[in-house]
Design a binder for this molecule. Structure first.
Ligand code: CDP
Length: 205
């Protein structure tokens, strides 16, 4: 029944989409792909001097591991390489095959509902106030031992949102048929419960 069932979860930086995606994937037994990691891994390689397209074409699963990809510096570089159409094109097939796997899949990112999986059975667009997002991300990074400040995190979030929304290729935006969830004043439990209800309704159709 869940063969090829795809849940697309998009939204701006640190909106809570990763936390929601992981929880709903575990709830339904779906596979989960954090597509931001693909761009972060390419960004990290560019910081080492590798050319962006070459880095994207040569990505291997091990490149997606490690807390080093989580820093605001790598996030900035990710958002720069993510504006390059040839980098995005090099990552499409992997994401689409992941989405089509038997047993269901959740993918989160910026263009999943609009470009990667426009036929996804469920599309969500997760938003939250930028200061709330920066506070949450700051707490998350600090708890992982990554040294930063709230100001740096807020700058990162706002600069990436502007770049991600403003690029010509696959800009960050909600698909016309996406359901919006504003997590500014929601607990994780409530955001996850809302998402599960949306997915159950889609499965029952
Ligand atoms: O976790 P957070 O929301 O802060 O960022 P992320 O999902 O790890 O994505 C890092 C960067 O990758 C974003 O700012 C985007 O520029 C880019 N990205 C993208 O362009 N398309 C995606 N599907 C996912 C990420």
């Amino acid at each position: 029944m869940t063969k090829g069932f795809t849940v697309a979860i998009d939204g701006p930086a640190a909106s809570g989409k990763g936390t929601i995606s992981k929880a709903v994937a575990a709830h339904f037994g779906f596979a989960y792909l954090d597509t931001g990691l693909l761009y972060r891994a390419v960004g990290a390689k560019v910081m080492l001097g590798i050319e962006p397209l070459k880095a994207a074409q040569a990505l291997v699963p091990e490149d997606l591991d490690g807390e080093a990809l989580r820093t605001p510096e790598v996030a900035q570089e990710a958002s720069k390489v993510a504006a390059l159409p040839d980098v995005r094109a090099a990552l499409v097939d992997f994401q689409r095959s992941f989405a089509a796997r038997a047993g269901g899949a959740v993918l989160d990112g910026r263009d999943i509902g609009t470009v990667i999986c426009p036929a996804a059975q469920v599309k969500l667009f997760v938003i939250a106030d930028s200061v709330v997002r920066a506070r949450r991300r700051f707490a998350e990074l600090t708890s992982k031992g990554i040294k930063t400040t709230l100001e740096e995190v807020l700058d990162d979030v706002q600069a990436r949102d502007a770049r991600d929304m403003g690029r010509a290729d696959a800009p960050l935006k909600a698909a016309a048929d996406a359901i919006e969830i504003d997590t500014s004043a929601l607990s994780i439990e409530d955001a996850v419960a809302q998402t599960i209800a949306v997915i159950e309704a889609a499965m029952a159709r």
